[in-house]
Every structure is written in structure tokens, then in C-alpha cells.
Design a protein around this ligand. Structure first.
Ligand code: B12
Ligand code: SF4
Length: 462
């Protein structure tokens, strides 16, 4: 029996949408926990559910119970509850970690979790495992960063754990414990490019109101660029991917770091194409974009969210629409594609704001863009701002924070038409010179969508 079995609740087989996209990545948090705990002398088993069937995990849980640690995020509540129930029924002590359980510790304790770890998991787990072995799950008062029930059944929130100051003290993610090659191969089969994910930093100091900071707070810690280069070199030699994905929150947050990193990659003749995410205001230098291009960045994702400065300010995004337009054009000039995320239905958004977003997308003209309807993640400032309007459309057990709707906000059909309006206008704009006839058709469709949207203005989602 291992000291801990680490797993999660994401099953590709159950994710129809992702099975069309087929760009899976392993959960780095679990891989970091595994390598840290193994280095500290613990016996760790890792059950990666991504390519598994539920039954396979359940079969494992039916044998030799001990401590199971489960990663949670916003989308996997239902499967995690099922895994918890199964684990409890077979005698396991259950520990949860990750952003979702940090937001709902009481709820998870009420559904079979013995302990919820809040924040970074490495040091907390290394303290928690011996404490569980010594005194069981109800005497954990000395373990910082956990929530549990004491012997009287009262929920105890221990003080927060101090964040790991030096990320270079951590071993690299334990990719050897999972079938990393399978991820690379799936990518290669479906996209012609094998890919591996890694992070160069933890945490984001910005305060965009809808963004969850449940794990790393507002800290920002970076790894030494030499350590990251060494990890990339190892990844290249071991799994031979065609590209990597830097899964940081804001990859270009530190320009000094970026330049040092790029120089070291170059010095070692290490050029792996990559995609990543950043903020427009941290891309406002030709030198940054030239460096990204030189390093092999082929696509950068920008959270643009809205083209209305009023809404951007309400979100406390700290970016202007003009910055996004400049950064998009400038990145493209350097041969980097731009992907843009946009959000409809933020609190206070009007038709004029939607129109401003459409004009903004036309002006920026990103290579690809995606829209979502804003949803309040628990414990974010957005959630607190709209708390009196938040309505759950499903029971807590069956839903996710994405199922929250806002009383009085326009219906989903309204935002579907906003989407059609946007896409029609952007297509028309792009076709204007080379195919004016189709452009005119697309513009007519866009205007029809706008009228349909206005016709739905009286419909609310709750
Ligand atoms: C990469 C990423 C993705 C990738 C995931 C691919 C992958 N498998 O890695 C993609 C693009 C697919 C994605 C999608 C989504 N994501 Co995302 N994503 C991230 C991101 C930027 C990095 C994740 C990461 O690797 N972190 C680094 C590791 C080291 O941190 P960690 O996972 O938190 O792990 C630490 C602790 O949580 C803890 N821990 C983790 N597991 C466990 C387990 C145990 C037992 C214990 C004790 C501790 C523990 O210890 C770890 C080490 O310290 C995070 C933001 C962030 N910076 O973390 C958002 C984030 C996780 N995503 C988020 C969201 C909202 C989504 C989407 C719902 C977005 C959408 N609208 O579709 C989808 C959901 C996808 C799905 N089906 O699950 C939110 C989650 C909020 C929440 N409450 O759950 C985050 C936090 C972003 C944010 N700031 O709001 N995402
Ligand atoms: S949205 Fe991006 S920039 Fe804003 S707080 Fe979240 S991670 Fe930071």
C-alpha cells in the first residue's frame, strides 16, 4: 500500500467536446505533488484518469485502501464526488486539493472528504500524511493549510500555509509516473504536433475581478530561467515533442526574465515552437514580441474580454482596448498568431458595450477568438459584486460555478445572437476587399442577428 494514491476526476471519455478538440494535457499540480513527496521519501502512486475509464479507477479503489488525494477544478465536481463516494465506501481517507475544493471546503467535507488542502499542496501534504498516520483525520490542528472536522464534528479552518518562496527548490513535475508519451502521441495524431505543458511561474498579481486566485492568492513567484531551460531540454530529449505549452497565467509578465530565458535557450540551441497566454499591457514592446517570435512562439492568447473600456474598467482588468489592438497587430507583424478570449454579459454590459466589442474585434482582427458568457466563480470579486443576483440552475452536487446565472441578466439566446452578430461583422470586415458580395451577405446576417438580439432584450436568464 502506498503512502498516498494521487488522482483526479477528469475522464476524456466523458468529455465529448474535448474528444473533438483532442488537446489533452496532464494536471501539473498532481505531478508536482508526486515528485515532491517522492523526494521527501513517501511512496506515491499516481492514477492518471485522463485516458482511463471510471471503472478502472474504481477497481483500484476497491483494493488496499489508504490515503487518496484528489485534484479538483471547477469542471470536475460531479466525477470527484463519485470518486469520493467510492473511496469512502472502500475505506479510504480522502484528501482534496486544487482550486475548486478550496472554494467549497464545507460542501466537500459534507460529501465524503476528510481533509481539504487549501493553497499549494507540496509542503502541506508532506506534513499531512504523517499527521493522518499518527492521529487520523480529526486531529489535524497542527497542519497549516487544511480544513477538516474535529472529533466533535466541527469544521476547523487551520491557518494558511506560507507559500513556497523558492520555486527552484521544487523538483520538476513527475511526468515519469504517468503515460506522458500518450499525451504527446494524441496531440501528434490529431494535430501533427506533439505537445508537453510546463509552467515557469506561480500566481498572478493582477486583480481581474472574475479570475479565481484560490490557490496562489495574488503572489507571483518565478522560477530561475536556467532551471526552466533545463526542464525544457529534458522534455525535448525524453519525449521529443514538436512544441510546448507554457501554462503560465501571464507568460510575458517579466521582460527581464523573458530576455534571459530566450538568450539561454538560444545559447543551448533549443528552439521548440510554443503557444502561451499573456496580457496586452505586458506585450507593449517590439523587443518582447521579437523575442517571442525568435523563441518559436507561434500563437499567443490574450484575454481581451471586452472592447468597451467602461466594462474593462468595471472588471478591473488594468488594460485598455487600444493596448489589445496594438498588441494583436504587433504580434501578427512578428509572425505570431493571436487568439482572443471575449466575455459577454459582465455585470452592467449594455448593447453599446456589445457594439464596442464588435468594433474592437474588427480593429484588432485576431486570428481566432472565443466567447463565453461571464460566470461568477465562488470567492472572486465578481462573485461578491453580484452575490445577491446569483442563482444556481442545478443542485450543488450536479452543477458547477459555470451553471450560475444572474437574476435580471439577458437570456443565453440573447448572447447567442450577440455571437452571430460579432461573427457576421468580423467575417464581413475580413471579406470586404477580396469578396464584397459575400461580405455584404455576411453583414446582412450580422444585422439580422443584432435585430434578433434586440428582440430578445426582454428575456432574462433568471
Ligand atoms: C492550464 C490551465 C487550464 C488547461 C488545463 C490543461 C491541464 N490539464 O493542465 C485548460 C486550458 C484545458 C483549462 C481549462 C479550463 N480551466 Co483552467 N487553468 C489552467 C491554469 C492556467 C494552469 C493550471 C496549472 O497547471 N497550474 C499549476 C499547478 C502547479 O497548480 P495547481 O494545479 O493549482 O496545483 C497546486 C495546488 O492546487 C495543489 N493541488 C493540486 N492538486 C492537488 C491534489 C491534492 C490531493 C492536494 C492536497 C493538493 C493539490 O498543489 C499543487 C501544487 O502546489 C490555471 C491557473 C493556474 N495558474 O493554476 C487555470 C484554472 C485552473 N482554470 C480555470 C478554469 C475556470 C478553467 C475552465 C473552466 C475554463 C472554461 N471556461 O472552460 C476550463 C475547465 C477545463 C476542464 N474540463 O477541467 C480556473 C479554475 C477555477 C476553479 N475554481 O476551479 C483556474 C484557476 C484559472 C483562474 N484563475 O480562474 N485550464
Ligand atoms: S485574468 Fe489573467 S491577468 Fe487577470 S488576474 Fe487572472 S491570471 Fe491574472
Amino acid at each position: 500500500m502506498p503512502d498516498v494514491l494521487l488522482t483526479h476526476g477528469y475522464f476524456l471519455a466523458d468529455d465529448e467536446k474535448e474528444r473533438e478538440i483532442m488537446k489533452p494535457y496532464p494536471t501539473l499540480g498532481l505531478l508536482y505533488l508526486s515528485s515532491y513527496l517522492r523526494r521527501a521519501g513517501f511512496d506515491v502512486e499516481l492514477f492518471d484518469t485522463t485516458f482511463a475509464e471510471r471503472r478502472e479507477l474504481f477497481d483500484r479503489l476497491e483494493k488496499s485502501p489508504g490515503v487518496v488525494g484528489i485534484y479538483t477544478n471547477l469542471m470536475t465536481r460531479r466525477p470527484v464526488l463519485d470518486v469520493l463516494a467510492h473511496a469512502k465506501a472502500h475505506g479510504w481517507t480522502t484528501v482534496l486539493g486544487g482550486p475548486e475544493s478550496a472554494n467549497y471546503p464545507e460542501e466537500y467535507l459534507g460529501h465524503g472528504a476528510d481533509v481539504v488542502v487549501v493553497g499549494e499542496g507540496e509542503e502541506t501534504m508532506a506534513d499531512l500524511l504523517p499527521a493522518l498516520a499518527r492521529g487520523g483525520p480529526h486531529r489535524l490542528h497542527g497542519v497549516a493549510g487544511v480544513v477538516f472536522r474535529d472529533e466533535a464534528g466541527a469544521v476547523v479552518h487551520n491557518p494558511e500555509r506560507t507559500q513556497i518562496p523558492d520555486l527552484d527548490s521544487l523538483p520538476w513535475p513527475d511526468r515519469e509516473q504517468i503515460d506522458q508519451q500518450r499525451y504527446v502521441d494524441v496531440w501528434r495524431t490529431h494535430h501533427g504536433m506533439g505537445s508537453v505543458n510546463l509552467i515557469t511561474a506561480r500566481g498572478c498579481p493582477y486583480k481581474c475581478k472574475w479570475c479565481s486566485h484560490a490557490v496562489f492568492g495574488f503572489s507571483h513567484r518565478r522560477r530561475n530561467h536556467l532551471d526552466v531551460v533545463a526542464e525544457v531540454e529534458h522534455i525535448r530529449d525524453r519525449w521529443q515533442p514538436d512544441q510546448v505549452w507554457y501554462a503560465d497565467d501571464v507568460f510575458t509578465i517579466s521582460h527581464r526574465w523573458l530576455f534571459d530565458y530566450a538568450n539561454e535557450l538560444e545559447r543551448r540551441n533549443l528552439r521548440l515552437p510554443f503557444e502561451t497566454i499573456s496580457r496586452a499591457d505586458r506585450m507593449m514592446r517590439e523587443e518582447v514580441l521579437a523575442t517571442l517570435a525568435r523563441m518559436g512562439c507561434y500563437r499567443i492568447w490574450i484575454g481581451s474580454e471586452s472592447g468597451s473600456q467602461r466594462i474593462l474598467d468595471a472588471m478591473e482588468r488594468g488594460v485598455t482596448a487600444e493596448q489589445v489592438q496594438w498588441a494583436t497587430k504587433a504580434a501578427q507583424r512578428h509572425g505570431i498568431q493571436v487568439g482572443m478570449f471575449l466575455m459577454w454579459g459582465y455585470d452592467g454590459e449594455t448593447v453599446d458595450d456589445i457594439a464596442a466589442t464588435i468594433e474592437h474585434v474588427k480593429k484588432s482582427n485576431p486570428d481566432v477568438f472565443f466567447t463565453t458568457v461571464a460566470y461568477p466563480i465562488k470567492n472572486t470579486s465578481f462573485y461578491h459584486d453580484v452575490a445577491d443576483k446569483v442563482v444556481s440552475t442545478r443542485s450543488w452536487e450536479e452543477g458547477t460555478d459555470r451553471d450560475y446565472v444572474l437574476r435580471g441578466r439577458h437570456s443565453r439566446s440573447y448572447y447567442k445572437q450577440a455571437d452571430r452578430w460579432l461573427r457576421g461583422e468580423v467575417d464581413a470586415f475580413r471579406l470586404e476587399t477580396e469578396d464584397p458580395e459575400t461580405a455584404a451577405l455576411r453583414r446582412a446576417e450580422a444585422l439580422a442577428a443584432r435585430d434578433a438580439m434586440l428582440g430578445l432584450a426582454g428575456e432574462v436568464e433568471a
